[in-house]
Design a protein around this ligand. Structure first.
Ligand code: ZN
Length: 56
């Protein structure tokens, strides 16, 4: 299964949900070029939060 990391522009947080868990707004797929430099960091955080490994 392929995880899709999404981003809330309003809260500047990453989530796997289509709706932001914080503000309830729609999340968007982060821009690839801006996303890649923080990819490892974001994955680490989300993996910790969810307690499972993600692959993307
Ligand atoms: Zn939000």
């Amino acid at each position: 299964m392929k995880w899709k990391i999404r981003f809330c522009k309003k809260d500047r947080i990453y989530t796997l949900e289509e709706t932001c868990t914080k503000c309830g707004g729609r999340t968007a797929i982060p821009h690839p070029t801006r996303f890649s430099p923080i990819d490892k960091y974001v994955r680490y955080r989300i993996e910790n939060k969810l307690g499972k490994k993600i692959d993307c």
